[in-house]
Design a protein around this ligand. Structure first.
Ligand SMILES: NC(=O)C1=CN([C@@H]2O[C@H](COP(=O)(O)OP(=O)(O)OC[C@H]3O[C@@H](n4cnc5c(N)ncnc54)[C@H](O)[C@@H]3O)[C@@H](O)[C@H]2O)C=CC1
Ligand SMILES: N[C@@H](CC=O)C(=O)O
Length: 361
């Protein structure tokens, strides 16, 4: 009764009207393409696309940006790439929030994130190269964030699963990460959940690529590099000042395929089949299965690589692109807090970008 009375007499605080958002999209590939589709849905009506770019061309012209075939048009026509023109398009728009969305895998673009934040733009990214790269880059990012820049990074780990948000919330409450373990790659999860020796590994990898699960160059997945980046992002968010050279990374890419161009590598995928079949067979003979695991122990030692696990291991019970993050903390120490679900794919990743933009205000 008193609660009802209280509601009747206390005026509700007026909810702040959501702000208009101007945005520039860098990268119109698998994730960027899915993001463009989400921009056409009603939830995105206060978002205004004022610029879009791929690696070669860009567009800031309103009618071109509104075209349904913007990605194809960008491949054929558009102005040459020039960040300054994209930033001017943001500056000229009346929207209160100005956002740069990075849906590329470009380390060069990622190295500009901190500068963009310092200049008053918000950055929302699927690109892990800054936060999961060299330690000085991570530190520059923290400096820009401390000065008020807002950085939407949900898409960088678990393709938007609520992992980073949960970890930060625990840390804000004074909890501490003790250990971290799991499957952090959607494509490798898909590959090892599916591979049973009946179809060549290279065929499954081609499927994973077509479905939009792999990195632009799938060696970034197979080498463990992408998993290592996610491990670094999580560890650093939990206060471990880990350098990228401090993660022990076990690569699945044979030496002979490491230095090739992406195209040449894609033409020689069959060379992965024999070594992977041998690993699979050896594990099978011991009653085990293969999983690509990431681990951070209490002393800050980090390792990512292929591991044989028993069929009853939690990582052996995943499906599709499932990721699994097991967080043991000071307060979750008897059993870990486990976050699990699809960890790759254009739609979920694009949604993570959209969610971070809408959360800006
Ligand atoms: N595919 C997935 O499930 C997930 C992907 N991500 C991340 O999303 C990012 C994009 O991945 P995809 O869309 O799969 O790659 P993609 O290869 O399909 O697309 C990359 C796009 O970036 C563009 N690009 C490259 N350099 C550029 C530059 N300097 N300026 C403007 N555009 C540039 C390319 O032209 C292309 O349009 C990567 O960082 C990836 O790690 C993150 C979570 C999940
Ligand atoms: N290639 C990545 C995509 C998400 O980050 C993966 O396989 O997990």
């Amino acid at each position: 009764m008193s609660a009802v009375l209280a509601e009747a007499v206390v005026p509700k605080a007026a909810a702040a009207a959501p702000q208009q958002v101007a945005l520039v999209l860098l990268g119109t590939g698998v994730v960027g393409g899915a993001f463009l589709k989400l921009l056409c849905t009603p939830v995105a009506k206060r978002l205004h696309l004022v610029g879009a770019a791929n690696s070669r061309k860009q567009q800031t012209e309103a009618t071109q940006l509104a075209a349904r075939d913007l990605r194809e048009r960008l491949r054929r026509e558009g102005a040459p790439r020039d960040d300054a023109a994209l930033l001017s398009a943001l500056d000229e728009h009346h929207a209160a929030l100005k956002v740069i969305v990075d849906a590329t895998a470009s380390a060069e673009l990622a190295s500009r994130h901190a500068d963009w934040l310092a200049r008053g733009y918000h950055v929302v990214t699927a690109n892990k190269s800054l936060a999961g790269g060299q330690l000085p880059g991570w530190r520059a990012l923290q400096t820009a964030r401390a000065a008020g820049g807002r950085y939407g990074d949900s898409a960088t780990v678990g393709a938007g699963l609520p992992v980073l948000s949960t970890l930060r919330r625990l840390c804000d409450c004074g909890d501490s990460l003790l250990t971290l373990e799991g499957v952090f790659s959607g494509s490798l999860s898909y590959l090892f959940n599916t591979y049973d020796g009946s179809r060549p590994f290279s065929e499954l990898l081609r499927d994973a690529r077509k479905l939009g699960y792999t990195e632009p160059d799938p060696r970034a997945d197979l080498s463990g590099e992408d998993v290592a980046r996610k491990l670094l992002i999580l560890a650093r968010n939990a206060g471990f000042a880990l350098g990228s050279d401090e993660v022990l990374v076990e690569s699945l890419v044979p030496e002979s395929l490491r230095e090739l161009s992406t195209e040449a590598f894609l033409a020689r995928l069959e060379e992965l089949d024999e070594p992977l079949a041998a690993l699979h067979e050896a594990a099978r003979a011991r009653g085990q299965v293969l999983r690509f695991l990431a681990r951070l122990n209490q002393r800050g030692r980090a390792r990512v690589g292929i591991t044989e696990v028993s069929p009853t291991h939690p990582a052996a019970r995943l499906y599709g692109t499932d990721n699994q993050f097991a967080l043991t903390t000071t307060r979750y120490h008897t059993q870990p807090l486990v976050i699990q679900g699809p960890g790759a794919g254009p739609e979920v990743t694009a949604q993570a970008l959209l969610g971070d933009i809408l959360a800006l205000g």
